[in-house]
Design a protein around this ligand. Structure first.
Ligand SMILES: O=C([O-])CC(=O)C(=O)O
Ligand SMILES: [Mg+2]
Length: 545
């Protein structure tokens, strides 16, 4: 590679941060101004640009343009400022980015497999320049956050998720692959836009859809048999079906079902601790879901698994759950349900009642929003909850912030500050009568980067239910007794690297115990230290360029 190519290659370039020695090594005399910047000085400059901008999408683009110029400087800045920058590489801003992706498109390091490429799938796979791939995040754009079908614009999500893999857990950015499967879109606003860049046709469905996705998955698996595939933001039925098809064939998981399930279980483990109870006591709760899609099923499955581990019989555990979707309560007489929803269908309540009527009938103590519908959690709903519990647990989990079922301000106003609150996107803490009330971000970013890193690094053959359960438990136990009493459910994002490291260790231990690691890289007691040696460190990498 010529010196000019090194300077312009995002994997190789440290731009003005190249030291005099690196400039000599890469024959760069004359290609850069005289004075090198330290990484810290560069970081200050970027943050000043970032702070001066008020438009969130432009803030997002300042960071993403940096990633396109120098990946290691990008991760240097992101890892050192994770709490502050995370909302601008991920939810909520990544939602805006997806909606506008076609209007601010720059060529990215991503792969698009489109229906037009049938017969050329392996060729596309072989076009990826990197020899090794550890992690693939794949979407078909069918259900992007709570924003519905975003077609080919959905690629913003795999890009954002993989940025978190590298920043939050230390996956190697040279070994991650974002994939968009473009099978058309039912989003007419995009299709009517002459600047839309994806396939302008209706979304493919049915057997042909599964066959096409299958060809892509197999092609990727053939080239990188040890890579982990994370399915992300597929429509509900496709997500559930694809998970069923692939989870026992290749190393894969669905983040919206299993990642969201695990992180919400962690939140509930700690909400139970705050009450002086454990997850098995959830048999005495009524957990009402707004939404009955893949996230609802995934969360309920994860909580049931957690209760079963603690000795609650499964038939008892499922009785705590109630799902309401656009057609009302998933109850007796509903004939429009898929097999996953049928597992939670109530035979003791008539199907079809709306959220409020259901709440009046069942007296919920916990509500979880996964409907993508803002304002669904109302004061009326919360006042019904207050009749049944002194401290309602209220989790509006839909993303981005604009789709959350209610806000933190509302919850604390309606409950006089007596609620445990967690949302999928970040909410600022609320101050009431001089007391700071904690808002928690219950987002799968606490789980998937560590889970995926762990599974991929030890070449696990599967992501098992117990690995998911351990990831939730390992996350929950990183919050102290005093913190949970204050309504804090998660450790601070500023410590995400350490948090992920501990979760990854627990996941590897579990995977080794379950025998899904054919060739363990070290002894069990050495896993934590071994993982440290495997985690990408941007400062170290910059020095080595
Ligand atoms: O991306 C996020 O913030 C969480 C998530 O998976 C989703 O909402 O689909
Ligand atoms: Mg998702």
């Amino acid at each position: 590679m010529s010196s000019m190519q090194v300077l312009h290659e995002p994997y190789q370039s440290a731009m003005e941060v190249f030291t005099p020695e690196q400039r000599t090594k890469h024959h760069m005399r004359g290609l850069l101004p005289a004075t090198p910047l330290s990484p810290e000085a560069f970081e200050k400059r970027i943050l000043a640009d970032f702070d001066a901008e008020t438009d969130p999408l432009k803030k997002f683009l300042i960071l993403s343009d940096l990633a396109d110029r120098s990946l290691h400087l990008y991760y240097y800045v992101i890892t050192r400022n994770f709490g502050k920058l995370n909302p601008f590489i991920y939810t909520p801003t990544v939602g805006l980015y997806c909606q506008k992706y076609h209007l601010c498109h720059r060529p990215k390091r991503v792969l698009y497999y489109t229906l037009r490429d049938e017969g050329h799938i392996d060729e596309i796979t072989s076009n990826w320049p990197q020899k090794e791939v550890d992690i693939v995040v794949m979407t078909d754009g069918g259900r992007i956050l709570g924003l519905g079908d975003q077609g080919a614009n959905g690629i913003g999500i795999p890009i954002g998720k993989l940025a978190l893999y590298c920043a939050a857990a230390g996956s190697d950015p040279e070994k991650v692959l974002p994939v968009q499967i473009d099978v058309g879109t039912s989003n007419m606003k995009l299709r009517d836009d002459p600047l839309y860049l994806g396939l302008n046709q209706d979304r493919l469905r049915g057997d042909a859809y599964y066959a096409f996705v299958g060809t892509v998955v197999e092609s990727i698996h053939k080239r990188w048999p040890k890579a982990l595939i994370q399915f992300e933001d597929f429509g509900m039925v496709n997500a559930l079906d694809l998970l069923d098809i692939w989870r026992n064939k290749i190393l894969s998981f669905n983040d919206d079902i299993q990642g969201t399930g695990a992180v919400t279980l962690a939140a509930l483990i700690n909400a139970c601790r705050a009450r002086g109870k454990t997850v098995k006591d959830l048999v005495n709760d009524r957990i009402l879901f707004a939404g009955a899609g893949s996230a609802a099923v995934g969360i309920a499955d994860a909580i049931v698994a957690g209760m079963v581990v603690e000795g609650v019989p499964k038939e008892e555990a499922v009785k705590s759950f109630f799902f309401v979707n656009t057609k009302g309560l998933v109850g007796k007489g509903r004939t429009d349900l898929n097999p996953s929803q049928i597992r939670y269908q109530r035979q003791d309540f008539p199907g079809g009642t709306d959220l409020i009527a259901t709440a009046k009938a069942i007296k919920p103590t916990i509500v979880i929003g996964v409907s993508g519908t803002p304002n669904q959690f109302t004061e009326e709903l919360v006042s019904i909850m207050k009749e049944n519990t002194p401290c309602p647990i209220i989790f509006p989990l839909s993303n981005p912030t604009s789709q959350a079922e209610c806000t933190a301000e509302q919850v604390f106003a309606w409950t006089g500050g007596k609620a445990v609150f967690a949302a999928g996107s970040p909410f600022a803490p609320v101050t009431k009568d001089g007391v700071t009330l904690h808002t928690n971000q219950c987002n799968n970013m606490y789980i998937f980067p560590a889970l995926g890193l762990a599974a991929a690094k030890v070449h696990a053959t599967r992501v098992t239910d117990r690995m998911l359960y351990r990831s939730a438990a390992a996350l929950a136990e990183q919050v102290s007794e005093e913190e949970v009493k204050k309504g804090i459910l998660f450790p601070p994002l500023s410590q995400i690297r350490d948090i992920s490291h501990k979760i990854a260790t627990a996941v590897v231990h579990e995977a080794m115990d379950e025998g899904v690691v054919p060739e363990p890289p070290c002894k069990k007691e050495e896993v934590h230290e071994w993982l440290r040696t495997q985690m990408y460190d941007p400062a170290k990498k910059l020095a080595e360029l």
